[in-house]
Design a protein around this ligand. Structure first.
Ligand SMILES: [Zn+2]
Length: 288
């Protein structure tokens, strides 16, 4: 679906390849509607193109739409070349990119930069375009410190949030906030993400014993300082946690609990597609 596209390798190339609104629209159209333009409202094919307005009109429901209709770019005052640069930055900064940095690169206000990043993170959520995890799975939980909501300005209070990481070895990573640390809290979050598990590795905590329901379950007892026993380890996730936490401290300083899941999704997206960096930007645009 995403073949035959120019592979963009640097920020300079983004600025050159997508220097005008028109060029961005052409790319977006090809990624959104690889098998022909469809009405975003009713799904009907072959709408009427109105060249003068660069819009289509649906023949069945009469809806008029542009290539950005229904995307994160819809009704934005920011032009697409700026959006594309911001998408590239979020895709290619291993530890994330701050709104401050986007503000500097694009010459937009801080609030605008923050809002753009927030919207782009929405297109990095996995559920739309990735399959379930299978094969050899690692499961591990961690506590992430996020700032609490609803406090007056200047009172940053940190809360520890339990977060679950699930990784397919050599493949995708998911990170999700847990409501609690009981077996049923974890199971509710993990079950929809797994399919055809061969082996599943985790810490030896009893709350994770239920994982045997999904596949052959082996554990390493972190409390006894066991970390790697042959293939039984959760190093993939441990590496991801440490990268995520460094990014959180270095880039985002205070992430509020309200947006924590968005940051987890952003990070997991980059991590999951780390071996196909040239496709990252297209994946986000296609999912926008
Ligand atoms: Zn329609």
């Amino acid at each position: 679906m995403l073949q035959n596209e120019t592979k963009i390798k640097s920020l300079r190339e983004v600025r050159r390849e997508f220097s005008t609104q028109r060029k961005c629209e052409i790319r977006l159209k090809r990624l959104r509607w690889s098998d022909g333009v469809k009405c975003p409202r009713c799904g009907a094919k072959h709408p009427l193109y109105m060249r003068k307005y660069r819009r289509w009109q649906c023949k069945s429901c009469r809806y008029q739409f542009s290539v950005t209709a229904g995307t994160i770019f819809h009704r934005s005052k920011i032009d697409l070349p700026k959006w594309f640069v911001a998408v590239w930055l979020l895709c290619h900064s291993p530890k994330g990119v701050s709104a401050k940095q986007i503000e500097r690169e694009l010459g937009v206000h801080y609030e605008t930069a923050w809002y753009m990043a927030k919207r782009i993170r929405r297109a990095m959520k996995h559920d739309v375009f990735e399959d379930k995890l299978c094969g050899i799975i690692e499961v591990d939980d961690a506590v992430v410190r996020a700032s609490g909501d609803g406090l007056p300005k200047g009172h940053v209070k940190f809360e520890g949030k339990n977060v679950l990481g699930v990784a397919e070895r050599g493949g995708f990573l998911r990170m999700m906030i847990l409501d609690g640390l009981k077996a049923h809290d974890i199971k509710r979050v993990i079950a929809p993400n797994l399919d055809e598990v061969q082996e599943i590795y985790s810490d030896a905590a009893s709350r994770l014993f239920f994982l045997a329901e999904f596949g052959r379950h082996e554990t390493v007892a972190h409390v006894y300082k066991e970390y790697v026993i042959d293939e039984a380890h959760v190093n993939t996730i441990e590496n991801a946690w440490s990268l995520f936490k460094r990014g959180l401290i270095g880039m985002y300083h205070h992430v509020s609990t309200k947006y924590l899941q968005d940051y987890l999704d952003e990070f997991a997206f980059r991590y999951s597609h780390r071996h196909e960096k040239a496709r990252l930007m297209d994946l986000v645009l296609a999912n926008a």
